[in-house]
Design a protein around this ligand. Structure first.
Ligand SMILES: C[S@@+](CC[C@H](N)C(=O)[O-])C[C@H]1O[C@@H](n2cnc3c(N)ncnc32)[C@H](O)[C@@H]1O
Length: 412
């Protein structure tokens, strides 16, 4: 079994987070962007689609877990049921013929939504799909293995679209950046295979300046230094995209478990103000799902029992849920406090903060960015209003359009 086969055979916790963030972002993206155009239509293009669903675990789910195409089809069905119905047109591009076969079978069971499978390489197929989309809103998901995607493909096709609502979600492999950067960090003569690997990363990042960035942080034999250097490279890459295209970005660290190094950064590129607000919330909701998945997996793995003394049972769903709800409540309180503190500090020098401004959203969440979302922000705002720090929010107004206004006039 290769690593890739293994990837598909079992849903990893990192994939749980990736798909939960995707689902929780694709819903508001489609509702808002398709709701604002006369066709009520948006597109989801999955450039590296995979087979659609994970293979079922032995003795586990009979259907297998959702891959990104299954997530997208679920969203397409959901938005079609809203009033007015929105249409999410899905295009799945996949190179591997077995995955294509599986995808086609999967899509054929979802005749109620408009989805198409393209068997081919994203490098040759994407431009045609971009042409077909016209000026419709679109979210393009690029989820390659490692660093296989050439930067120019992203820059000159999807990010060059003139459509006003155009976003790209890139799953950026931090582990590949740190592994390949480590080749440079060895400080030995490079083999020709090493040089080819480094050049592939040059093509993925669209420059070779990353080498200097990596070496500026990397310290040989220092634990965690390759990951820290890879994260610097990722941040430099996002700044390059901003410079080349004007797109802002938001990176969500995807880890196996709390305290682990990030394996990926699920990175959204966008121009609309609401995107950072909605993506932060999608990340927050995704993390809650991921924490539950991890806690359940750990309970099973270690035989940790959520004992129910009354029933004399080792593990009950009720006992698990009670413990999970207890942990989540404590975390919610901590995140609300963090967000309230950030807003309080920001309002000392600013008369108001806009929730549709990228830099304001990132400053409001601060270190809690990615974990805290709308419910924490609402609670923090209400608390600050009760304490006379900010004006009350208008519950009828959509949060992504709101401004948090300082209650008192600046001290004279
Ligand atoms: C990481 S997996 C995708 C996972 C999927 N997005 C999900 O979340 O369920 C990458 C997929 O891209 C496919 N692939 C690799 N190179 C490709 C290319 N150049 N064009 C299209 N698909 C490609 C692989 O066969 C594999 O199925």
């Amino acid at each position: 079994m290769t690593n890739h086969d293994e990837f598909w055979s079992r849903k990893q916790s990192a994939a749980v987070l990736k798909h939960a963030v995707l689902k929780n972002y694709l819903i508001p993206f489609t509702m808002m962007t398709a709701g604002a155009n006369s066709k009520f239509q948006a597109w989801f293009v999955d450039g590296y689609a995979g087979p659609g669903q994970y293979a079922p675990e032995e003795g586990g789910d009979s259907e297998g877990q959702d891959g990104s195409p299954a997530v997208a089809l679920g969203v397409a069905r959901f938005v079609a049921s809203r009033t007015p119905p929105r249409r999410l047109r899905c295009v799945f591009i996949e190179q591997d013929k077995d995955h294509v076969r599986s995808l086609e079978g999967f899509v054929s069971h979802h005749k109620d939504v408009r989805a198409r499978v393209i068997h081919g390489a994203v490098q040759s197929e994407l431009a045609g799909v971009v042409g077909e989309m016209g000026a419709d809103p679109a979210l393009t998901f690029l989820d390659p293995y490692g660093t296989a995607l050439p930067y120019d493909l992203m820059r000159r096709s999807v990010l060059a679209r003139m459509a006003p609502k155009n976003e790209v979600l890139l799953n950026l492999h931090v582990t590949s950046l740190s592994r390949i950067g480590g080749i440079l960090g060895r400080g030995e003569n490079l083999t020709s295979a090493d040089s080819r690997t480094l050049q592939r990363l040059d093509a993925f990042l669209g420059q070779d300046e990353w080498r200097e960035v990596f070496l500026g942080t990397f310290r040989k034999s220092v634990e965690g230094s390759a990951t820290a250097a890879a994260l610097e490279v990722a941040s430099h890459f996002r700044a390059k995209v901003k410079k080349d295209t004007g797109y802002d970005s938001f990176a969500v660290d995807v880890r196996r478990a709390e305290g682990h190094v990030p394996l990926f950064q699920l990175t959204l590129f966008y121009r609309s103000g609401y995107a950072a607000y909605k993506f932060a919330d999608a990340s927050s909701l995704g993390h809650a799902k991921w924490r539950e998945f991890n806690m359940r997996a750990e309970a099973r793995r270690n035989g940790v029992m959520y004992a129910d003394a009354l029933l004399g049972e080792d593990y009950t769903e009720e006992a698990f849920e009670e413990q999970f709800a207890h942990d989540e409540k404590a975390l919610r309180e901590r995140l609300c406090n963090d967000v309230a503190r950030n807003i309080r500090v920001l309002l000392r020098s600013r008369a108001e903060l806009s929730l549709s401004r990228d830099s304001d959203i990132k400053a409001i969440y601060g270190d809690a960015l990615g974990l805290a979302g709308e419910k924490h922000l609402r609670a923090a705002w209400d608390r600050l209003a009760a304490n006379g720090v900010a004006l009350r929010r208008d519950p009828a107004q959509k949060m992504q359009h709101a401004r948090i206004v300082r209650a008192e006039s600046p001290a004279s």
